[in-house]
Ligand binder design. Structure first.
Ligand SMILES: Nc1ncnc2c1ncn2[C@@H]1O[C@H](COP(=O)(O)OP(=O)(O)OP(=O)(O)O)[C@@H](O)[C@H]1O
Ligand SMILES: [Mg+2]
Length: 301
């Protein structure tokens, strides 16, 4: 069932269209990654869905109805959340609960539940100012969940964290996605590959690719040849781009990934060529393009 539908959403700042007419659906129960490079329009999109920014044009439907005030249905964790460092974790959640219109008693009860859920029970009385980045982000998640939203929107929830903090928050998101629909933005492809069901790739304010992670990979995946040399073989690598069976050569130092039109013939021909020229080969491997390759391709295009 469709939870949210964005139709022809546009947001302009002066003459610039930060979001330039995007359309997408979010199905209930899915974990959706909004992927895109810096400045693509991720935060602007998420702020419109959360009601923090008024779209210049277009519409947002929630469960098939035109949305007016979505705040009760949506939990939002901003890209750069601010906390009151002098409050304790528990005080902050109770405060957030009351802002979300829970009464004091409900806010207390829900705060305790969520502190437990995000692993902060032991730290609940400590001042937020003394929390680590990962702890703050987990508190932010608890804050966004305080009123049991139908959709949890997280703007770059792990980008600013160290590997340990990232792991904590990703694991938490994996648990939350069992019961709440999640839309999160990231420019870290690995995170999208790890926990999302669906992906939306946005570039320069437009959605360039969307679908389930599996389908997108299936559709865009290509076999590629990865070659690595002991030393630079740039001249040869540049020269093979003119071969009729080669469609693309991406050179990075003494490595290259090569997209072939005909893998069976191409790999034989290249191997022969390498042997004839006695090039100092270290690795010759056939693999598949990754989400990262796809991302680089659409972002550069
Ligand atoms: N309040 C604003 N006024 C003017 N321009 C803005 C404003 N907010 C965003 N923009 C511009 O809109 C574009 C999209 O910005 P946005 O913050 O949505 O990108 P993003 O994908 O979230 O990037 P990042 O990965 O850096 O967070 C950028 O070019 C940005 O400079
Ligand atoms: Mg952003």
């Amino acid at each position: 069932m469709e939870l949210l539908k964005a139709s022809d959403l546009v947001k302009s700042f002066g003459s610039k269209n930060a979001v330039n007419g995007i359309n997408f659906d979010i199905e209930e129960g899915r974990c959706v990654a909004l992927l895109g490079p810096n400045g693509a329009g991720k935060t602007t999109t998420l702020k419109m869905l959360s009601g923090l920014l008024e779209p210049t044009s277009g519409s947002i439907d929630f469960k098939g109805e035109k949305a007016k005030d979505l705040r009760q249905f949506i939990g939002y964790l901003p890209q750069y959340p601010t906390f009151f460092n002098w409050m304790s974790g528990k005080e902050f959640l109770v405060f957030a609960g009351q802002l979300a219109k829970l009464n004091r008693k409900e806010a207390e009860k829900r705060s305790e539940e969520l502190l437990e859920r995000v692993g902060l029970t032991n730290a609940k009385k400590r001042k937020i100012g003394g929390y680590s980045g990962g702890m703050k982000q987990r508190l932010g998640l608890a804050q966004a969940l305080i009123h049991r939203p139908k959709l949890l929107i997280l703007d770059e929830p792990v980008s600013a964290l160290d590997p340990l903090g990232r792991r904590e928050v990703l694991d938490m998101m994996r648990e939350i996605k069992e019961e709440t629909t999640i839309l999160f933005s990231t420019h870290v492809l690995h995170d999208a590959e790890e926990i999302s069901d669906d992906i939306l790739i946005i570039n320069a304010g437009k959605i360039v690719i969307s679908g389930s992670l599996g389908n997108v990979m299936e559709e865009y995946r290509q076999p590629i040849l990865q070659i690595e040399f002991e030393s630079l073989a740039t001249d040869w690598l540049k020269s093979i781009a003119s071969y009729s069976f080669v469609s693309e050569v991406n050179i990075q130092g003494n490595k290259a990934s090569i997209v072939l039109k005909d893998m069976v013939y191409g790999k034989q021909a290249l191997l022969r060529d390498i042997a004839d020229r006695k090039l100092p080969i270290r690795k010759f491997e056939i693999s598949q393009t990754t989400l990262e390759d796809l991302f680089m391709k659409v972002v550069k295009a």
